[in-house]
Ligand binder design. Structure first.
Ligand code: PLP
Length: 283
């Protein structure tokens, strides 16, 4: 059948292109950037019976929207023929994502965002349902073939030469994560995120995402004050050696993004906010 790509920002929009380049018959479920994917809209699309796969980005890093994962997964579970593919690149390990309970079939993440490791490594987990679906596909290729990975995992191998340095770094990061404790890690993200939100309000800025759907790992700040974002970035870099993003793609300059994901602590976030204050033009 067809793939439904839930699209609400730069990274989720890209999935449509990815699906089509993989030769899939794909269709968008597009909402404006800054909005979340609406469970009712997903339900209406799946009720057509036209789809047997859905892609969803849990945390849309370009817009600071965290999609309502529980509600969306609850909708997808009502359609057993649908394989649910969820990208958690910027939310994995920052909030609980009980994959099996939610009914996620393919959970993807990357090294470079919520895990705060160098870029260049991906992680994925596959449900039994997705393995069965893979068996029915003739065009699985080799490099991303789930069955090839499974066959190799059974003998403690990988299908190709892996990035050993990343595996060692991941091992070290997992020691850190479990040393801190998952609940403490989730709480730390909530606290540092609240600190950023508080700063945004106090400085007279607004949020690009709606209140109930704001990410807890990064904040996309709306430039309602009309500041020169490029100049702010430059001053921050030159004076304090700090780099922030000045808005992704079509919202460059209209927004800027402040991350509190991964290894960020109250201390590092407070330092960033103090340096921003130092570089911001007076309101
Ligand atoms: C949520 C999300 N998905 C996908 C990607 C794309 O990752 P990559 O640039 O490694 O393809 C990113 C950005 O790193 C992201 O934030």
């Amino acid at each position: 059948k067809r793939v439904l790509n839930c699209m609400c920002g730069a990274f989720s929009d890209k999935w449509l292109d990815v699906s089509r380049r993989c030769g899939k018959n794909a269709e968008p479920l597009q909402v404006p950037w800054g909005k979340h994917i609406d469970p009712q809209q997903l339900d209406a699309a799946l009720a057509t019976g036209a789809f047997d796969a859905v892609t969803l980005i849990h945390n849309e890093t370009s817009t600071g929207v965290m999609n309502p994962l529980e509600e969306l997964c609850a909708v997808a579970r009502r359609y057993p023929e649908v394989v649910l593919i969820v990208d958690t690149v910027s939310s994995f390990s920052a909030v609980p994502i009980p994959m099996d309970e939610l009914g996620i079939d393919v959970l993807l993440t990357g090294s470079q965002k919520a895990l705060a490791l160098p870029p260049g490594f991906s992680l994925f987990s596959v449900s039994e349902k997705a393995f069965v679906r893979a068996m029915q596909q003739a065009d699985r290729g080799y490099y991303f073939d789930f069955l090839e990975f499974k066959k190799n995992q059974d003998i403690d191998m990988t299908p190709t030469t892996p990035s050993i340095a990343h595996i060692n770094a991941l091992q070290s990061k997992l020691d850190d994560i479990f040393g801190e404790g998952l609940t403490n890690r989730y709480e730390r993200h909530r606290r540092t995120n609240a600190r950023v939100h508080d700063w945004v309000r106090r400085r007279g800025f607004e949020f690009f995402a709606d209140e109930s759907y704001r990410s807890v790992t990064l904040t996309c700040v709306k430039n309602n004050r009309g500041i020169d974002v490029a100049d702010l970035m430059k001053r921050l870099r030159v004076k304090h050696h700090l780099v922030i993003d000045g808005g992704y793609g079509k919202i460059k300059g209209e927004t800027f993004r402040l991350s509190n994901m991964g290894d960020e602590t109250e201390q590092t976030v407070s330092h960033l906010l103090a340096c921003l204050d130092d570089c911001l033009p007076p309101s």
